[in-house]
Design a protein around this ligand. Structure first.
Ligand code: PLP
Length: 342
């Protein structure tokens, strides 16, 4: 029986063409900035985001931590949506390592706006910590792959400039956000001082993320990356996968969004899944399992050939990705449609 793995868009395997690019990569010692493939990937990332420079980091978590370390700093605070990846799934690194305090703001769909940020900035009194940063997640993972309208991002950017805050964009799924919102990656990135995007999610690479920003910021980020143990040597082997992905795997993300809609429509037609398919904005589907333990539904789905994960007592997440074709999505929809739960 074929298994459809919808646990995350991180489960993709490098394709034969990506592996060939990795095999053929020209490499050098990147701690000496000597690796031509890493340098090329960094130039491509800066170019795509319209930033001055970029740094290849080992993970999205590292790409989020470094800006908090440098631009927020010890004893200061950052404003973030309460379900943000940084606060939920990065082992409190912004506090444990960067010494910064996240101030979590509840939102309906993971999307902050100026009205939610105003009034959250600490007064300039000596016994109050400084508010230094706003952290945005686009698309928003835990809120269901939701994306920021460009006008909202621009409003936050202007607000941050007025209040002398830096903006970090956790764009682990930046390209999904761009495709779904119709805003260019450059326009989205221009609303932030620092941007991280992941190579090992929808883009299908085995490892890596890109941290983008001003040239002086990236020079400092390189030092912090080394401090965190992230200085890599012949990293061109893995950077080559990133170069390949940026050339071949960006535009196709629209297919993942369409596949998610196909599956969501099937889920909405069952008696055991509750969701509004209109809430599926990109490649992430959350649905509730009213009256049923989500773990039991996950097990039943696994027996039927669909791997997924519970995201709460009564909530399950499906994620579509590069290794789920349209045919696979239709097959998943058929399995879901037939599944009867007692
Ligand atoms: C929105 C978001 N940001 C950051 C990360 C962290 O990426 P990594 O697993 O590469 O550290 C993830 C991972 O799933 C994510 O979904």
């Amino acid at each position: 029986m074929k298994t459809y793995d919808l646990r995350s868009d991180t489960v993709t395997l490098p394709s034969p063409a990506m592996r060939k690019a990795m095999h053929d990569a020209e490499v050098g010692d990147d701690v000496y900035a000597d690796d031509p493939t890493v340098n090329r990937l960094q130039e491509m990332a800066a170019d795509i985001t319209g930033t001055a420079a970029a740094l290849f980091v080992s993970s999205g978590s590292m790409g989020n931590l470094i800006p908090v370390y440098l631009n927020c700093g010890r004893g200061n605070e950052l404003l973030i949506d309460s379900r943000g990846h940084i606060v939920q799934h990065e082992l409190a690194s912004c506090t444990a390592i960067a010494g910064a305090m996240p101030v979590t703001i509840p939102t309906e769909k993971g999307i902050l706006d100026v009205s939610l940020l105003e009034g959250r900035i600490q007064p300039d009194i000596y016994y109050c910590q400084h508010t230094r940063m706003v952290e945005l997640e686009n698309t928003h993972n835990a809120a269901g792959g939701t994306f920021y309208p460009l006008a909202v991002l621009r409003g936050i950017a202007a607000f941050a400039r007025r209040r002398k805050l830096t903006v970090h964009l956790d764009g682990a799924r930046l390209f999904n956000a761009s495709i779904a919102s119709g805003a260019s990656v450059k326009d989205i990135s221009a609303c932030a001082d620092t941007v991280t995007f992941c190579l090992s999610k929808g883009l299908g690479c085995p490892v890596g993320a890109m941290l983008c920003g001003r040239r002086d910021f990236i020079a400092e980020a390189r030092r912090v990356r080394k401090m965190l143990g992230g200085g890599m040597r012949q990293a061109g082997i893995i950077a080559a996968a990133g170069v390949y992905a940026l050339q071949h795997n960006v535009q196709r993300l629209a297919e993942d969004h369409e596949n998610a809609r196909v599956i969501a429509a099937a889920l909405a037609g069952t008696s055991w899944a509750a969701l509004d398919p209109k809430d599926v904005a990109t490649n992430i589907i959350y649905f509730d399992t009213p009256g049923r333990d989500a773990e039991d539904v996950v097990k039943a789905l696994e027996r039927a050939g669909i791997r997924c994960g519970a995201s709460g007592l009564h909530t399950i997440r499906f994620v579509t990705h590069l290794d789920v074709s349209r045919k696979d999505a239709k097959q998943v929809a058929a399995i879901v449609g037939k599944l009867k739960l007692s």
